[in-house]
Design a binder for this molecule. Structure first.
Ligand code: SAM
Length: 240
Protein backbone atom coordinates (compact mmCIF):
# COMPACT_ATOMS: atom_id res chain seq x y z
CA UNK A 1 0.00 0.00 0.00
CA UNK A 2 1.66 3.22 -1.16
CA UNK A 3 0.63 6.89 -1.11
CA UNK A 4 2.24 8.34 -4.22
CA UNK A 5 1.19 11.79 -5.35
CA UNK A 6 2.41 13.03 -8.75
CA UNK A 7 3.34 9.64 -10.12
CA UNK A 8 0.03 8.65 -11.63
CA UNK A 9 -0.83 9.71 -15.19
CA UNK A 10 -3.45 8.47 -17.62
CA UNK A 11 -3.93 5.11 -16.04
CA UNK A 12 -0.20 4.46 -15.61
CA UNK A 13 1.89 4.63 -12.47
CA UNK A 14 5.65 5.15 -12.42
CA UNK A 15 7.36 4.61 -9.11
CA UNK A 16 10.96 5.62 -8.46
CA UNK A 17 13.44 6.04 -5.60
CA UNK A 18 12.91 4.48 -2.20
CA UNK A 19 9.40 3.23 -3.00
CA UNK A 20 10.64 1.38 -6.11
CA UNK A 21 13.46 -0.16 -4.08
CA UNK A 22 10.96 -1.23 -1.44
CA UNK A 23 8.64 -2.86 -4.00
CA UNK A 24 11.38 -4.58 -6.02
CA UNK A 25 14.04 -5.49 -3.47
CA UNK A 26 12.33 -5.61 -0.09
CA UNK A 27 8.85 -6.91 -0.99
CA UNK A 28 10.21 -8.71 -4.08
CA UNK A 29 7.13 -8.02 -6.18
CA UNK A 30 7.17 -9.23 -9.79
CA UNK A 31 5.44 -8.12 -13.00
CA UNK A 32 1.78 -9.20 -12.77
CA UNK A 33 1.56 -8.67 -8.99
CA UNK A 34 -1.00 -6.21 -7.68
CA UNK A 35 -0.38 -3.29 -5.30
CA UNK A 36 -2.67 -0.55 -3.97
CA UNK A 37 -1.62 3.04 -4.62
CA UNK A 38 -3.21 6.20 -3.24
CA UNK A 39 -3.00 9.44 -5.18
CA UNK A 40 -3.06 11.60 -2.02
CA UNK A 41 -6.50 13.01 -2.75
CA UNK A 42 -8.41 10.16 -1.15
CA UNK A 43 -8.61 7.90 -4.25
CA UNK A 44 -7.28 4.34 -4.11
CA UNK A 45 -6.01 2.68 -7.28
CA UNK A 46 -5.49 -1.03 -7.79
CA UNK A 47 -2.32 -1.29 -9.87
CA UNK A 48 -1.02 -4.32 -11.74
CA UNK A 49 2.75 -4.16 -12.05
CA UNK A 50 4.18 -4.30 -15.58
CA UNK A 51 7.91 -3.74 -15.15
CA UNK A 52 9.87 -4.16 -11.93
CA UNK A 53 13.47 -2.93 -11.81
CA UNK A 54 15.45 -2.03 -8.71
CA UNK A 55 15.18 1.70 -9.26
CA UNK A 56 11.90 2.03 -11.16
CA UNK A 57 8.59 0.21 -11.25
CA UNK A 58 5.72 0.76 -13.66
CA UNK A 59 2.16 -0.45 -13.53
CA UNK A 60 -1.33 -0.11 -15.01
CA UNK A 61 -4.38 1.05 -13.04
CA UNK A 62 -7.07 -1.64 -13.21
CA UNK A 63 -9.61 -0.24 -10.71
CA UNK A 64 -10.22 3.06 -8.90
CA UNK A 65 -12.22 3.58 -5.72
CA UNK A 66 -12.61 6.07 -2.88
CA UNK A 67 -10.37 5.33 0.10
CA UNK A 68 -12.70 4.49 2.98
CA UNK A 69 -10.15 5.23 5.67
CA UNK A 70 -10.24 9.05 5.58
CA UNK A 71 -12.14 10.53 8.54
CA UNK A 72 -15.18 12.64 7.76
CA UNK A 73 -14.07 15.27 10.30
CA UNK A 74 -10.95 17.20 9.28
CA UNK A 75 -8.86 17.57 12.41
CA UNK A 76 -5.97 20.05 12.45
CA UNK A 77 -3.49 19.68 15.29
CA UNK A 78 -1.69 22.88 16.30
CA UNK A 79 1.03 21.51 18.56
CA UNK A 80 3.70 23.56 20.24
CA UNK A 81 7.20 22.41 19.23
CA UNK A 82 8.52 19.79 21.64
CA UNK A 83 11.92 18.64 22.82
CA UNK A 84 13.86 15.71 21.30
CA UNK A 85 11.89 13.44 19.00
CA UNK A 86 8.52 14.01 20.69
CA UNK A 87 7.09 16.00 17.80
CA UNK A 88 8.09 13.14 15.43
CA UNK A 89 6.11 10.81 17.62
CA UNK A 90 3.06 13.10 17.58
CA UNK A 91 3.21 13.25 13.74
CA UNK A 92 3.47 9.46 13.46
CA UNK A 93 0.68 8.61 15.89
CA UNK A 94 -1.52 11.55 14.86
CA UNK A 95 -1.27 10.42 11.22
CA UNK A 96 -2.26 6.87 12.13
CA UNK A 97 -5.25 8.29 14.01
CA UNK A 98 -6.43 10.38 11.06
CA UNK A 99 -5.18 13.96 11.64
CA UNK A 100 -5.74 16.07 8.52
CA UNK A 101 -2.80 18.46 9.02
CA UNK A 102 -0.23 19.50 11.62
CA UNK A 103 0.80 23.03 12.55
CA UNK A 104 3.90 23.21 14.74
CA UNK A 105 4.01 26.53 16.61
CA UNK A 106 6.19 28.50 19.01
CA UNK A 107 4.38 29.10 22.32
CA UNK A 108 5.57 31.55 25.00
CA UNK A 109 7.09 28.69 27.04
CA UNK A 110 8.30 26.56 24.11
CA UNK A 111 11.80 25.37 24.93
CA UNK A 112 12.49 24.51 21.30
CA UNK A 113 13.14 27.37 18.85
CA UNK A 114 13.91 26.37 15.28
CA UNK A 115 15.89 28.45 12.80
CA UNK A 116 14.54 28.48 9.22
CA UNK A 117 17.19 26.02 7.98
CA UNK A 118 16.61 23.62 10.88
CA UNK A 119 12.85 23.91 10.39
CA UNK A 120 13.20 22.98 6.70
CA UNK A 121 15.18 19.83 7.63
CA UNK A 122 12.70 18.89 10.35
CA UNK A 123 9.82 19.39 7.95
CA UNK A 124 11.37 16.98 5.47
CA UNK A 125 11.70 14.41 8.26
CA UNK A 126 8.12 14.98 9.42
CA UNK A 127 6.87 14.51 5.86
CA UNK A 128 8.70 11.19 5.61
CA UNK A 129 7.28 10.06 8.96
CA UNK A 130 3.76 11.14 7.90
CA UNK A 131 4.08 9.27 4.57
CA UNK A 132 5.18 6.04 6.23
CA UNK A 133 2.48 6.31 8.90
CA UNK A 134 -0.19 7.10 6.26
CA UNK A 135 0.85 4.01 4.30
CA UNK A 136 0.89 1.79 7.36
CA UNK A 137 -2.56 3.11 8.41
CA UNK A 138 -3.81 2.78 4.79
CA UNK A 139 -4.86 6.38 4.67
CA UNK A 140 -6.08 8.06 1.51
CA UNK A 141 -3.78 11.03 1.92
CA UNK A 142 -0.59 12.11 3.65
CA UNK A 143 -1.29 14.88 6.18
CA UNK A 144 0.70 18.06 5.66
CA UNK A 145 3.06 19.37 8.31
CA UNK A 146 3.42 23.14 7.93
CA UNK A 147 6.46 25.24 8.67
CA UNK A 148 6.49 26.32 12.33
CA UNK A 149 4.02 29.19 12.76
CA UNK A 150 3.64 31.94 15.37
CA UNK A 151 1.13 31.82 18.20
CA UNK A 152 -0.58 34.82 16.58
CA UNK A 153 -1.14 32.78 13.39
CA UNK A 154 -2.81 30.01 15.41
CA UNK A 155 -5.08 32.59 17.10
CA UNK A 156 -5.99 34.19 13.76
CA UNK A 157 -7.08 30.83 12.36
CA UNK A 158 -9.33 29.79 15.26
CA UNK A 159 -12.47 31.50 13.82
CA UNK A 160 -11.98 29.69 10.50
CA UNK A 161 -12.71 26.31 12.11
CA UNK A 162 -16.18 24.95 12.92
CA UNK A 163 -14.90 23.97 16.38
CA UNK A 164 -11.60 24.73 18.14
CA UNK A 165 -10.53 23.15 21.45
CA UNK A 166 -7.63 23.90 23.77
CA UNK A 167 -7.01 21.15 26.36
CA UNK A 168 -6.18 22.71 29.71
CA UNK A 169 -5.73 20.97 33.04
CA UNK A 170 -7.28 23.78 35.09
CA UNK A 171 -10.64 23.74 33.26
CA UNK A 172 -12.19 21.22 35.63
CA UNK A 173 -15.78 22.15 34.86
CA UNK A 174 -15.28 21.85 31.10
CA UNK A 175 -16.00 18.26 30.12
CA UNK A 176 -18.67 19.65 27.75
CA UNK A 177 -20.56 16.59 26.44
CA UNK A 178 -22.46 18.88 24.06
CA UNK A 179 -19.18 20.10 22.58
CA UNK A 180 -18.04 16.54 21.76
CA UNK A 181 -21.52 15.75 20.42
CA UNK A 182 -21.39 18.76 18.10
CA UNK A 183 -18.39 17.21 16.33
CA UNK A 184 -20.65 14.72 14.57
CA UNK A 185 -22.36 17.64 12.78
CA UNK A 186 -19.36 19.77 11.77
CA UNK A 187 -16.58 19.39 9.23
CA UNK A 188 -13.46 20.97 10.71
CA UNK A 189 -11.91 20.95 14.16
CA UNK A 190 -8.74 22.59 15.48
CA UNK A 191 -6.93 21.13 18.51
CA UNK A 192 -4.39 23.41 20.20
CA UNK A 193 -1.85 21.77 22.53
CA UNK A 194 0.84 23.57 24.51
CA UNK A 195 4.50 22.85 25.27
CA UNK A 196 6.07 20.77 28.07
CA UNK A 197 5.76 23.68 30.51
CA UNK A 198 2.13 24.33 29.60
CA UNK A 199 0.48 27.46 28.26
CA UNK A 200 0.68 30.87 29.91
CA UNK A 201 -2.76 31.76 31.36
CA UNK A 202 -2.78 34.68 28.92
CA UNK A 203 -2.44 32.31 25.93
CA UNK A 204 -5.43 30.24 27.05
CA UNK A 205 -7.44 33.48 27.49
CA UNK A 206 -6.47 34.70 24.04
CA UNK A 207 -7.47 31.37 22.47
CA UNK A 208 -10.77 31.44 24.36
CA UNK A 209 -11.49 34.98 23.23
CA UNK A 210 -10.82 33.92 19.63
CA UNK A 211 -13.48 31.20 20.01
CA UNK A 212 -11.63 28.08 21.26
CA UNK A 213 -13.21 25.94 24.00
CA UNK A 214 -10.94 24.87 26.89
CA UNK A 215 -11.36 21.13 27.51
CA UNK A 216 -10.42 19.05 30.52
CA UNK A 217 -8.97 15.57 30.03
CA UNK A 218 -9.22 14.33 33.60
CA UNK A 219 -7.53 14.83 36.98
CA UNK A 220 -4.03 13.80 35.86
CA UNK A 221 -1.40 16.04 34.33
CA UNK A 222 -0.63 14.54 30.95
CA UNK A 223 2.52 15.16 28.98
CA UNK A 224 1.97 17.40 25.97
CA UNK A 225 2.13 14.51 23.49
CA UNK A 226 -0.29 12.44 25.59
CA UNK A 227 -2.70 15.39 25.79
CA UNK A 228 -2.50 15.73 21.99
CA UNK A 229 -3.25 12.06 21.29
CA UNK A 230 -6.01 11.90 23.92
CA UNK A 231 -7.76 14.89 22.35
CA UNK A 232 -7.34 13.44 18.84
CA UNK A 233 -8.89 10.17 20.09
CA UNK A 234 -11.84 12.07 21.59
CA UNK A 235 -12.48 14.05 18.40
CA UNK A 236 -12.16 10.99 16.16
CA UNK A 237 -14.50 9.04 18.40
CA UNK A 238 -17.02 11.89 18.47
CA UNK A 239 -16.83 13.05 14.89
CA UNK A 240 -14.62 10.90 12.70
N1 SAM B 1 1.35 23.24 33.46
C1 SAM B 1 1.54 21.81 33.49
C2 SAM B 1 2.24 21.41 34.78
O1 SAM B 1 1.61 21.55 35.78
O2 SAM B 1 3.36 20.90 34.73
C3 SAM B 1 2.24 21.23 32.31
C4 SAM B 1 1.51 21.23 31.02
S1 SAM B 1 1.22 19.67 30.26
C5 SAM B 1 2.66 18.74 30.62
C6 SAM B 1 1.35 19.91 28.54
C7 SAM B 1 0.04 20.16 27.77
O3 SAM B 1 -0.92 19.19 28.07
C8 SAM B 1 -0.58 21.51 28.08
O4 SAM B 1 -1.07 22.11 26.87
C9 SAM B 1 -1.72 21.16 28.98
O5 SAM B 1 -2.75 22.10 28.92
C10 SAM B 1 -2.15 19.77 28.49
N2 SAM B 1 -2.73 18.94 29.54
C11 SAM B 1 -2.07 18.13 30.41
N3 SAM B 1 -2.91 17.50 31.25
C12 SAM B 1 -4.16 17.89 30.91
C13 SAM B 1 -5.46 17.57 31.39
N4 SAM B 1 -5.64 16.75 32.42
N5 SAM B 1 -6.53 18.15 30.81
C14 SAM B 1 -6.36 19.00 29.77
N6 SAM B 1 -5.15 19.34 29.26
C15 SAM B 1 -4.06 18.80 29.81
Amino acid sequence: YFVLPEQIREGRVTIKGGDAHHIARVMRYKAGDVIIVCDNTGRELIVQLEHVWGNAVTGRVTTERTALSEPRLRVTLAQSLLKGDKFDWVVQKGTEMGVYQFWPFHAERSVVRLSDSKAAKRRERWHKIAKEAAEQARRGRIPEVSNPVRWRDVLDHIPLFDVAVIPHERERNQSLPSLWQSLSRVETCLIIVGPEGGFEAEEVNEAQQAGAYPVYLGPRILRAETAALTTIACTMWAGG
